[in-house]
Every structure is written in structure tokens, then in C-alpha cells.
Design a protein around this ligand. Structure first.
Ligand code: PLP
Length: 412
């Protein structure tokens, strides 16, 4: 009963069942009954082939398998293998290396980078800012550390980045606290698939520069690159706006090997700090390495060695990129199939540019999802809409889904 707690007071948050897990289970149960050909399981946030098997970059797995036993068994250094941290910078920036002092620390996936950013750059009770459409674990991680996740409206009435809502929230929070951590997932945002244009990026940075004129304020912009390698051409040009920023603005890049290298389960990623102040960059390295020691000690060594090897050998890198391009093309075809059909049947979707998900804004998402299951379509209800994982659904099924959405929305 609720009156009997073993846990300490701060851990008594009720977070409910994992929705995505529950939807996936329901889809699988239905597939057993009527056959998986007749079920659209759009719940899973991993790239899958048309038969529902995990898509894998075989070169990455081959490199992993070829490693000597010691590379599996040994610890990695607390901050990560130095050669890995060099590879991470190449993987994240490519030719768009920002001007400033740059330091990197290995973390278990992008999730670890989010955790350290929230823990080390805000204090208990602080507000953290993200957009109204966001990846659920942002809230979980904020809550885990006693921070409040606040949101601005992501899209304006023209389905562009809502700059005035963003500006208003940034200024309101800075009015009452010293540090502001902003979590911004672009390009290929989860769940909407939105990517900010370069102009929108410039505007975002200008808002932060204006706010940073008050030197008592510290602004930390966490840029979540989880899906960048599936975001298409020119997906890194926005990084030019990170050059020579005021020293009270710190950019933290969240890098993940989960999607771009199909190593979801290896828990490998990094956080990269970019500052115009050398001391801020040094502090970033020290403080986040200290947190590594205090939370998970060190990261997954074989995954670090894999990335190192890929970026030390041009041929391997080209092989990985060619394999990834095939997956990327498959993803694009599916998304286009969904979007074309959505347009034809008049289904409103959030402005999608790239990535694993398309989101359908609607009232009462839970009930619409229930209706959809009658047509054997399984998608994830969010607060203000439904997330459809094009990453895990065949092109053929993607093109049939929008009509079912229209029907379900009408029925509710
Ligand atoms: N950020 C976003 C928006 C994500 O969707 C994910 C994974 O689903 C991550 C970060 C982090 O993933 P990982 O911790 O596996 O690197």
C-alpha cells in the first residue's frame, strides 16, 4: 500500500509503466494472433528491416568481434580512452570544428551526457528548459535529480521554430536563477523529426548571447546529436554558430554511438564541451570525469576501441558510411511514403525533416491509439499527439498508416 514505503522520501515519485514497452508488448501479442504481416508495430525507437529485425552496421560489429580479449576485459580510463575522445570529436563535428576550447568526456550513451549536464550545471530545484515535444527521459533524468523540466512551444503557427516562446522562457527562468540548462535535440528531433535551419540556429544563439550580456548568468546549451547521422546532407553547418561565444555560454554536445553506429546496447557516447574560456573547458573535463567516477566509474571499453579504429582508418570509415547510407535511404523512403500519404488523406503531422519518428498532433492521444489498435496499428501516445516510429515499419505499412490515423481520430 501507498502508506508503507521502503524508499526514502525523495524517491517516491510514481513514474508509471513504460508506455513504449507496453505498446510493443501489445503489438507482439496481436502479431501472434493474426500474423506480423497484418500488424503495424510503430512503437520501437530502433532502426529495423522490413521483417522486424534490428538493422545492423555489419562493419561495426565485425570490428567489435575482432578485438582481442583484453580489450573486452580491461577497464577504460575514467574520462574515456584518449584516442576515443579524439574520434568522438571527428564523428560529432566532421569538418565543422567550432572555434574555442574543446574537451570531451566519455559517458554511457548520450543519456549519460544528459545526466552529467543536468547534475553539474544546475542545482537542486532549478528549472531545466526543453521544447513541449520532447524525449520522455529528459523528464525522468531531471526528476531523478530534483530539477523541474519546463517547456517552450516548439512550433509557431507556420510550423517553424517558435523563437518568441523560446526567448520568453529563457528570460523568465534566468530572471530567477543563475544557471540555465537548455536541452535542444536537433537535427532529426525525437519525436517530431524537426531540424532547425541554420537561420533558426543563428536566432537561438543570438537570444542566448543577449541574455548572456548579464555576466552573472550562466547559460548551458546541451545539443543532443543522437540522430545526427540520419539527418541528411549539411546536418552540421549550424555548428559554425558555436564559434567564439561569450564565456558565460557553454555548449555541450551530446554524442551517442547507439543509432549512428548501431551499438544501442553497448552504452557508449560522450559529452563535448565548447567554450571560449580555457578554464571553463578544463573545469568541464575535471568535473564530468569526477562524476563518471562517482556514478558509473567508466564506460564500455570495446565500444570506445571500435570508434577509435573506425576514425583511424579511412577505408573502414567509408565502409561504415556506405552501410549507414543504405539504412538512411530505407528510412527516407519510409518517411516519404508516410508523408505523401498523409498529405493525400489530409492528416496533419508535425513538420518532419529527418529522423526515426513522425508525430501526429491530436486531442486525446491515448484514445486515438486505442482506436488504432482496432486496425492493428500500434504507436506511442504522447501528451499532445502520437509518435509513429517510421524507423521500425516497412515502407508498405508506412503508406497504409495515415488513412488509419484519419479514421481513428474521427472515431474519437
Ligand atoms: N537523446 C535522444 C533524443 C534519444 O532519443 C536517445 C535515445 O533514444 C538518446 C538521447 C540517448 O541514447 P543513448 O543513451 O542510447 O546514447
Amino acid at each position: 500500500s501507498k502508506s508503507f514505503f521502503m524508499v526514502a522520501p525523495h524517491s517516491r515519485t510514481i513514474s508509471g509503466n513504460d508506455k513504449i514497452f507496453a505498446v510493443n508488448n501489445a503489438a507482439q501479442a496481436m502479431a501472434k494472433k493474426i500474423g506480423s504481416n497484418h500488424v503495424v508495430n510503430a512503437s520501437i525507437g530502433a532502426l529495423m528491416d522490413d521483417e522486424g529485425n534490428l538493422s545492423i552496421l555489419s562493419t561495426v560489429i565485425d570490428i567489435l568481434r575482432s578485438l582481442p580479449s583484453e580489450e573486452f576485459a580491461a577497464y577504460a580510463p575514467i574520462a574515456g580512452l584518449p584516442s576515443f575522445l579524439e574520434a568522438v570529436k571527428k564523428a560529432a563535428f566532421k569538418e565543422f570544428v567550432p572555434k574555442g576550447y574543446i574537451e570531451a568526456v566519455a559517458t554511457p550513451g548520450g543519456s549519460g551526457a544528459i545526466r552529467h549536464t543536468i547534475r553539474n550545471y544546475s542545482k537542486e530545484g532549478d528549472d531545466i528548459l526543453t521544447s513541449d515535444w520532447y524525449w520522455g527521459p529528459y523528464h525522468t533524468i531531471a526528476e531523478e535529480h530534483n530539477r523541474n523540466l519546463k517547456t517552450y512551444t516548439l512550433f509557431d503557427k507556420n510550423d517553424k521554430f517558435h523563437l518568441s516562446s523560446f526567448t520568453e522562457k529563457v528570460n523568465a527562468i534566468l530572471e530567477k536563477q543563475r544557471n540555465l540548462v537548455i536541452l535542444l535535440n536537433s537535427p532529426a528531433h525525437n519525436p517530431t523529426g524537426y531540424s532547425l535551419s541554420d537561420e533558426e540556429w543563428k536566432n537561438v544563439i543570438d537570444v542566448l548571447k543577449t541574455a548572456a550580456k548579464n555576466k552573472d548568468k550562466k547559460i548551458i546549451l546541451f545539443v543532443d546529436l543522437a540522430y545526427i547521422d540520419f539527418a541528411g546532407e549539411n546536418s552540421r553547418s549550424f555548428m559554425k554558430y558555436f564559434n567564439n561565444l561569450p564565456e558565460n555560454i557553454l555548449i555541450i554536445i551530446g554524442f551517442s554511438m547507439s543509432k549512428g553506429y548501431t551499438l544501442y546496447g553497448m552504452r557508449s557516447g560522450a559529452m563535448i564541451g565548447i567554450s571560449s574560456n580555457e578554464e571553463v573547458a578544463k573545469e568541464f573535463k575535471q568535473i564530468n570525469s569526477f562524476s563518471n567516477r562517482g556514478v558509473w566509474s567508466n564506460g564500455t571499453r570495446p565500444a570506445m576501441v571500435v570508434l577509435t579504429k573506425i576514425f583511424e582508418n579511412k577505408e573502414l570509415l567509408e565502409k561504415v558510411e556506405a552501410e549507414r547510407k543504405k539504412l538512411h535511404d530505407m528510412l527516407n523512403e519510409r518517411a516519404n511514403a508516410f508523408l505523401e500519404e498523409a498529405k493525400r488523406v489530409g492528416l496533419k503531422v508535425c513538420p518532419y525533416k529527418a529522423g526515426f519518428f513522425i508525430t501526429i498532433p491530436c486531442d486525446d492521444p491515448e484514445r486515438v491509439c486505442e482506436e488504432l489498435t482496432k486496425d492493428a496499428v500500434f504507436a506511442v501516445p504522447l501528451k499532445k499527439g502520437i509518435r509513429f516510429a517510421v524507423c521500425s515499419v516497412s515502407k508498405e505499412k508506412c503508406s497504409k498508416a495515415p488513412e488509419k490515423f484519419v479514421k481513428a481520430i474521427k472515431a474519437v
